[in-house]
Design a protein around this ligand. Structure first.
Ligand SMILES: Nc1ncnc2c1ncn2[C@@H]1O[C@H](COP(=O)(O)OP(=O)(O)OP(=O)(O)O)[C@@H](O)[C@H]1O
Ligand code: SF4
Ligand SMILES: [Mg+2]
Length: 324
């Protein structure tokens, strides 16, 4: 459904670009959830905004690569041009619904407006569709909520409204950028359950972005681990948790509270990710890697297939817990 090839997003002058996303590639099939995980600043949001054609302007730009939606290259098209050209639909939801909802307009009107843009219907027909969308996202008492204002809803209900607005364009691909980070754990579980249900029911491809490995374990079918603008490991979710091969993935897992119950202090990965433009020759993770060896500092590691659907960007991958 969605294929991203060698996507590179850069800032700075054309003559001396700094890559904040460097050669990212991944595929997502219909009915599949790909989890994109990594520390703050590793390029998750820039990747997703570039895929959507929504990079902030002026600023970061797509310098290279292709985004294929059902085989058609949409890299140079804006979202509305993609729909007009019949190249499918993508929608996006974000962490804080309040920043996207208009506080002085009723929920029903805001969903109906999205319906009007995509279906061309208005008035009662658009409101009827808005109510159907609220039912689809399992909003309690959808008929009544149509006339509510955003501040009258809970955080979880507002996120359901944002998902309803995203579904108004009948997306083939839904990108969710940290949609549950601002919610408490119980509501987070409900929203994750809803996304899984919608993925299956509507046969959508979902790119789910998070910094939380626990959320990845609950929701994703496959995982792409991102570091310093690169995908450093891709694997089916079970394989990744059973046998992480990249030292960074292992570090992220060691930081999970569920794997450290009883520990007085959670482990952390020492050091900081490199700032854009400070990446030299060699592996981008070398300065923080517990398994670093001399060749790592000299040349970029190769991308290696270590098992079916499991790839790692490392010269000395872990092998079930120890460097091979
Ligand atoms: N508008 C911008 N202009 C220039 N650089 C930017 C801009 N937005 C982000 N960056 C830089 O791009 C890099 C990737 O940022 P991005 O927002 O994609 O990270 P992220 O993985 O989504 O982090 P977080 O988990 O904090 O949301 C960072 O180094 C960031 O400083
Ligand atoms: S290439 Fe070397 S420094 Fe990079 S992750 Fe692998 S072992 Fe660590
Ligand atoms: Mg982000």
């Amino acid at each position: 459904m969605l294929s991203v090839h060698d996507l590179t997003v850069s800032i700075g002058p054309e003559t001396a670009p700094l890559d904040i996303v460097a050669g990212v590639s991944f595929d997502i099939a219909k009915g599949e959830i790909l989890g994109l995980v990594g520390e703050s600043g590793c390029g998750k949001s820039m990747t997703s905004l570039a895929v959507m054609g929504l990079l902030p302007q002026p600023g970061p730009r797509v310098r290279a690569g292709r985004v294929l939606l059902e085989g058609s290259d949409v890299t140079q098209l804006q979202p509305w041009q993609r729909v007009e050209a019949g190249h499918g639909r993508m929608a996006m939801i974000f962490q804080e619904p309040m920043t996207s909802l208009n506080p002085v307009r009723r929920i029903g009107d805001q969903i109906a407006e999205a319906v009007k843009v995509h279906d061309g219907t208005s008035g009662a027909a658009a409101l009827l569709r808005a109510r159907e969308l609220l039912e689809l996202v399992r909003m309690p008492d959808p008929a009544m909520q149509l006339s509510a204002y955003p501040h009258q809803l809970s955080g979880g209900q507002r996120q359901r409204v944002m998902i309803a607005i995203a579904l108004a364009c009948r997306p083939q691909v839904l990108i969710a950028d940290e949609p549950t980070t601002a919610l408490d754990v119980t509501i987070q579980v409900q929203i994750l359950g809803l996304l899984r249900e919608l993925c299956n029911r509507l046969d959508m491809a979902i790119l789910f972005i998070t910094h939380d490995m626990g959320v990845i374990a609950q929701l994703a079918d496959r995982v792409a681990v991102m570091y310093a603008g690169r995908i450093v490991e891709t694997a089916p979710v079970e394989a990744l948790f059973d046998r992480p091969r990249h030292h960074y993935t292992r570090g992220l897992m060691d930081c999970m509270p569920s794997r450290n119950s009883g520990a007085r202090r959670l482990p952390t990965i020492s050091g900081q990710p490199p700032a854009p433009g400070t990446v030299g020759a060699g592996c981008v993770f070398a300065s923080r890697c517990a398994g670093v060896r001399e060749p790592c500092r000299v040349a970029s590691p190769p991308r290696t297939g270590v098992a079916n659907g499991h790839e790692v960007l490392c010269a000395f991958p872990l092998n079930g817990g120890v460097a091979s």
